[in-house]
Design a protein around this ligand. Structure first.
Ligand code: PHE
Length: 446
């Protein structure tokens, strides 16, 4: 169970409560959500199983693990580049993740001081804009968050973490259910639920499908060696399939709950579902401002959200730190400080994207939009693709079969089919489809 909690701690975070609702809103809701769910279970789950399996077999940091297994399975040591790609995408992801997590910490205090009591959408929007629009405020909270993450990793106290997750997750769930009760009381619940669950495929673009797949990787923490690093500590007799399915189910549940909470608030207040990265920060405070006991519950909620982000961030740095400690013989403190400094520096790009550089736009939008797009929708799928190709094609069946608890039975066959054929094909198709602006679907239509 300790492992399940550790991986759940890594999976559940801003990806569920901040990112999922905002990109679902930007991509039209229902149909996007269906594609996302398919991606989680058909692509994400088999790749996550592969990643945990490789981690357990290699028992090292992700880079060394890929190198050793590459040699062992006759694929060559260059497979280490998959590990490097993963760690690199992790740094990029953490660079913006930390800034958003910093906002969550800032919201703890705003709630505690009762700033949101009876606030209208306009006031809440103003508070969001002042925080994100003032570069030094955003930078300060980003610094606080990175400092906290580096501190834990430097001291190697992750062991205490899974105990914290044991309390954190149920508490978060309870608060989400309270928020759900609020959303039910707005009178706009069915509208919100309809937006999230009613599939109108005409609203979905090829680019949207790619974003849905990127989110599947992002939310499961798959494709960057984070779960591989955890897999290295997994006892031999623990079931990888069972663990993965449990984590994926819990993660999906929390994301859907967040959506069911946020969209009714959006419609009740005449807001735009495609509000963007501020969505959670501009809707949830409205609920806390109006529900009884909102100061206490709102404060607690943002504490828990910051914690959830923290347990995710730790998983990202840990793989780089493990590599520096094992291979470069640095101390944990040095390794964690170096990684933290790199991520902190990269994070400045995100900080400035909401103020000084807000008008500096190219390709996908601001610097933040581009970093987020590149890391989540391109790098994660590419490294996930490499991982599943390794597990399904390079690795001997006998090795993967030995490692995957199920033995040569139905579960193993199912995993092998998904990891070897379905997941790689789907990732490639979706990447090509998005890159060519829908060429594949046009070919099929013709
Ligand atoms: N899965 C985390 C979330 O949803 C983010 C994350 C990505 C954590 C990759 C670790 C590695 O918030």
């Amino acid at each position: 169970m300790a492992f399940v909690f550790a991986v759940t701690g890594s999976a559940v975070g801003l990806g569920n409560i901040w990112r999922f609702p905002y990109i679902a809103g930007e991509n039209g809701g229902g149909a996007f959500v269906i594609v996302y769910l398919l991606c989680v279970f058909v692509i994400g789950v088999p790749i996550m199983m592969s990643e945990i399996m490789l981690g357990r077999r290699g028992r090292r940091n992700p880079i060394t693990t890929m190198q050793l297994l590459g040699q062992e399975e006759g694929g060559g040591r260059q497979w280490r580049f998959v590990g490097i790609l993963g760690v690199g995408s992790g740094f990029l992801i953490l660079s913006f993740y930390s800034v958003i997590a910093g906002w969550a910490i800032a919201y703890v205090f705003r709630n505690a001081f009762g700033v949101f009591i009876d606030a209208d959408p306009h006031a809440v929007d103003g508070i969001y804009r002042v925080l994100t629009g003032t570069w030094w405020k955003s930078l300060a909270w980003h610094t606080v968050f990175m400092g906290m993450a580096v501190f834990v990793v430097a001291r190697g106290v992750e062991r205490g973490l899974e105990r914290a997750v044991r309390i954190l997750m149920p508490a978060l769930l309870i608060l989400l259910l309270m928020l759900l009760a609020y959303s039910l009381s707005t009178g706009f619940f069915s509208e919100g639920a309809r937006f999230l669950l009613y599939a109108d495929f005409s609203a979905l673009t090829p680019g949207g499908v790619l974003v849905a797949m990127g989110q599947a990787f992002f939310t499961l923490s798959v494709g960057m060696g984070a779960v591989m690093a955890y897999g290295a500590y997994l006892p031999q007799q623990t079931s990888i399939t069972g663990t993965t399915l449990m984590v994926a189910a819990a993660d999906t549940l929390i994301a859907l709950l967040a959506g069911l909470i946020i969209f009714p608030i959006v419609f009740a207040n005449g807001l735009d579902p495609a509000l963007g990265p501020g969505l959670a920060f501009e809707t949830l405070p409205l609920a806390f401002g109006r529900m009884p006991g909102g100061i206490v519950f709102g404060t607690l909620f943002f504490v828990l959200l910051s914690f959830a982000a923290w347990t995710s961030a730790i998983g990202i740095i840990e793989s780089a730190v493990a590599w520096m400690v094992e291979r470069r013989h640095l101390s944990r403190v040095t390794a964690a400080s170096i990684s933290g400094a790199i991520v902190w520096f990269l994070g400045i790009a995100t900080v400035l994207s909401f103020n000084i550089l807000a008008e500096f736009k190219f390709l996908k939008g601001t610097l933040f939009d581009n970093v987020e797009y590149l890391a989540s929708n391109i790098l994660l799928p590419l490294s996930g693709l490499s991982i599943t190709i390794f597990a399904g094609w390079v690795m001997a069946r006998i090795s993967s079969c030995e490692e995957l608890d199920a033995g040569p039975g139905g579960i193993y066959k199912c995993w092998h089919f998904l990891a070897r054929l379905v997941a790689p094909a789907a990732v490639i198709l979706i990447l090509v489809e998005a890159a060519t602006g829908g060429m594949i679907s046009r070919l099929f239509a013709a």
